[in-house]
Design a protein around this ligand. Structure first.
Ligand code: HEC
Ligand code: HEC
Ligand code: HEC
Ligand code: HEC
Length: 163
């Protein structure tokens, strides 16, 4: 390989890393959201999630299933996404905030978060039925059907001050 070719290829590598850094939000895990979303008067979203079935989804995978990618893709946020986007989230935290709200590394900043439009431009998702059906579907060996209204009530973590 000649010198010019090497310089060109190095340039391409630097360029593509820059694109990844600028655009790809990464998964940071529920502990990071907890810092701002666990006040009782604002609905303690972290505690509500932590006591939900989603936070315990890994406990349902016994033995070899706990490392089976076919099960992990729905039972763990961290295991089910592009591994290049995994920052501080862990497989053990199960179905975490970012499976429904999108990867948080870019929107987690307070100045961005307090503006819903700005947050959504940085990857925040305000989930609807479609988001749930990525996992609540017939591919699940234990599928029990899915009624959005009923199911969303079971995982409610509203902020009483925003209603
Ligand atoms: C530095 C503090 C901070 C962190 C960290 C943070 N948030 Fe927020 N978030 C806020 C603030 C402030 C608001 C605006 C509403 C409010 O005052 O509670 C907000 C609003 C939201 C909303 C509601 C948007 C709306 O307009 O109704 C969602 C959903 C949300 N955050 C999810 C998350 C998730 C998921 C994480 C972790 C990946 C996270 N946040 C991390 C401070 C934060
Ligand atoms: C990343 C995959 C994933 C997404 C997205 C997801 N879920 Fe789940 N959900 C699961 C898994 C896995 C379980 C089973 C947890 C366990 O018991 O191991 C579950 C269980 C539940 C349960 C308990 C059901 C029961 O049998 O009692 C409710 C309620 C629920 N989810 C609601 C929702 C709603 C509402 C949404 C969308 C806003 C949603 N889920 C999005 C994976 C997901
Ligand atoms: C397409 C997503 C998906 C896949 C793939 C998946 N699961 Fe699940 N799993 C779910 C959801 C969603 C639930 C909650 C049940 C419901 O409400 O439909 C669940 C529930 C469970 C439960 C609790 C059953 C109960 O309700 O008591 C076990 C155990 C379980 N899954 C094991 C597994 C195993 C083992 C695998 C891999 C062989 C697997 N799952 C693959 C989505 C999935
Ligand atoms: C299974 C999917 C799911 C998970 C997991 C989840 N959320 Fe949510 N979240 C929702 C849905 C659905 C809404 C309601 C959206 C709406 O009202 O349109 C919501 C609403 C919110 C709101 C806005 C509340 C309000 O009333 O303004 C905040 C803040 C929030 N979630 C934070 C979190 C945090 C932090 C975590 C993790 C600790 C988390 N969520 C985990 C699905 C989820």
């Amino acid at each position: 390989m000649n010198y010019k070719k090497i310089i060109f290829l190095l340039g391409m590598v630097v360029f593509s890393i820059a694109i990844v850094n600028a655009q790809d939000a990464k998964y940071i895990g529920a502990a990071k959201c907890k810092m701002c979303h666990n006040k009782a008067e604002k609905g303690e979203q972290f505690n509500k999630w932590a006591s939900s079935v989603h936070a315990k989804a890994m406990a349902s995978l016994k033995g070899a299933d706990a490392t089976n990618p076919k099960c992990l893709k729905c039972h763990s946020t961290a295991a089910g996404v592009d591994q290049a986007l995994v920052a501080t989230i862990t497989v053990a935290e199960g179905v975490s905030c970012e499976s429904c709200h999108g990867p948080g590394s870019l929107y987690k900043v307070a100045t961005v978060m307090k503006d819903q439009k700005a947050s959504m431009a940085k990857g925040l998702i305000m989930p609807d039925e479609k988001v749930c059906k990525k996992c609540h579907n017939e591919e699940s060996p234990n599928y029990k059907g899915f009624n959005y209204k009923e199911y969303v009530a079971k995982i409610a973590h509203d902020d009483p001050t925003t209603k």
